[in-house]
Write a new protein. Structure first.
Length: 443
């Protein structure tokens, strides 16, 4: 029995600083690529309005989610909270939504890494680079969480410096007229269509909760790490948005030239307009952008491993997923399975669709988590809560309302992908009820 418990325990090694690095690192690639595609849908004003609502959602959600993470510091995150508050069925759906988010986001980022490095190594196929990235960073996560988190902290700091260098080079060329030019090209409907790209600014910040079980003094560390991470990201989001568009208008950071396909590299396009493509800052921003991609790719792999591990540990999936490596004390089996699914997703080549499906998973997670928080306050008022959501119940209710609205809007604008997402959930749920529903542990 002692041996079994030891094979299911993660090691506590993470400090608040490392949690900040993970929280910012999970998300920071969203500042370097992807968000600008929302400008094609909504223009400056449409994406700005969408982003404003999403910032409010993430601020209220993060400080509400921190209450759950501090009260129930388990590797399953939203899965564990939903099981305790709403029962095994809703717990499974919340956990599965979390798995879909964390497993489907890395392939999109891996493809971007491959496309970026392909510029410097044109003889190496993009897909080969992306798969190699999966092998390297899955291996690093298997080796040890402290090594993985230390690496994440280092590259996250570099990526943050890159954004500050970019803003320092772009802001001198800022003009308000560029913000106002063609600001709402598709009417207010464009703001709804831009929502997935506004979410991409912050997608996966909640992954900090999945490593709470590995934090030293989780109640204190999660609060400091999680809170400081979301505030850092909001500041970087606003700085990046304003300094990018202010250089030459939104079209300049979406289309490299008139009639060209939309670009995944808004910052190099903007800084090139501001200082020229031969300038040191242009090359620095382009190079450091790779660190931003790697930070998010590596960090989400780490969080995904913990989420899948918890599914196996509590009997909602094959038990082998809930085992830790005897030597490294990391969820090696879960990490390897996630890598396999990610590589299959990579082979489809549908990066935009993969991002949207990840957003469906994220919003489902947010909705179920906020309902769980409200329910736990009623169901277990005596539960020890080292941190409580500010202005309760307004914070979780605001997060819940905005997440539901965003989910509805994304569904309307992506009916086919919504069908794919709900099909994944339904198939997984049927599989769960048939094979694991009666075996799961109730703890």
């Amino acid at each position: 029995m002692a041996s079994t418990e030891q094979n299911q325990q993660l090691q506590r090694t993470l400090s608040p600083l490392m949690l900040w690095g993970l929280g910012v690192g999970y998300v920071i690639s969203g500042m370097y690529f992807g968000w600008n595609l929302g400008l094609e849908k909504g223009g400056t004003l449409g994406l700005a309005v969408a982003t404003a609502f999403i910032i409010v959602m993430y601020l209220t959600f993060t400080f509400s989610y921190t209450e759950l993470a501090c009260a129930i510091p388990r590797a399953g995150g939203a899965f564990d909270y939903a099981v305790r508050a709403l029962g095994k069925d809703w717990g499974f759906l919340g956990g599965m939504a979390q798995n879909i988010e964390f497993v489907f986001a890395p392939p999109a980022i891996a493809f971007a890494i491959g496309a970026y490095l392909n510029i410097f190594m044109p003889s190496v196929p993009i897909l080969a680079i992306a798969i190699f990235a999966y092998l390297i960073f899955t291996g690093l996560n298997i080796y040890g969480v402290q090594a993985a988190a230390s690496f994440e902290l280092g590259i996250t700091v570099i990526a943050v410096i890159g954004l500050l260098l970019f803003a320092g080079g772009a802001l001198p060329a800022f003009e308000w007229k560029n913000m106002a030019h063609n600001a709402l090209p598709n009417g207010w409907a464009g703001a709804f269509a831009a929502l997935p790209f506004a979410i991409w600014f912050f997608l996966a910040i909640e992954g900090v909760a999945n490593v709470a079980e590995e934090a030293v003094n989780p109640q204190r560390s999660v609060l400091i790490g999680f809170g400081s991470a979301i505030l850092t990201l909001v500041a970087l989001c606003l700085l990046t948005f304003i300094s990018s568009i202010g250089v030459a208008g939104w079209e300049a950071i979406v289309f490299p030239e008139p009639g060209a396909a939309a670009s995944d590299s808004p910052l190099p396009l903007a800084i090139g307009r501001a200082v020229g493509t031969g300038h040191f800052l242009y090359n620095a921003v382009a190079f450091i952008g790779l660190f931003g991609l790697v930070a998010s790719f590596h960090g989400i792999i780490l969080a995904a491993g913990r989420a899948t591990f918890e599914f196996g540990r509590v009997g909602y999936a094959p038990a082998m997923l809930g085992k830790v490596h005897p030597g490294f004390k990391t969820p090696a089996n879960a990490l390897l399975i996630n890598m396999g699914v990610g590589i299959v997703a990579l082979l489809t080549g549908e990066t935009t669709a993969i991002i949207t499906i990840a957003c469906f998973g994220a919003l489902s997670l947010y909705i179920i988590s906020m309902i769980a928080l409200l329910q736990l306050r009623k169901k277990e008022p005596e539960l020890e809560r080292p941190f409580k959501a500010p202005l309760y119940p307004w914070f979780p209710v605001i997060a819940l309302v905005i997440a539901c609205t965003a989910f509805l809007a994304i569904t309307i604008y992506n009916l086919t992908l919504a069908f794919v997402y709900f099909s994944l959930l339904l198939i997984a749920y049927i599989w769960f009820r048939l094979f694991y529903g009666e075996q799961q542990k109730t703890e």
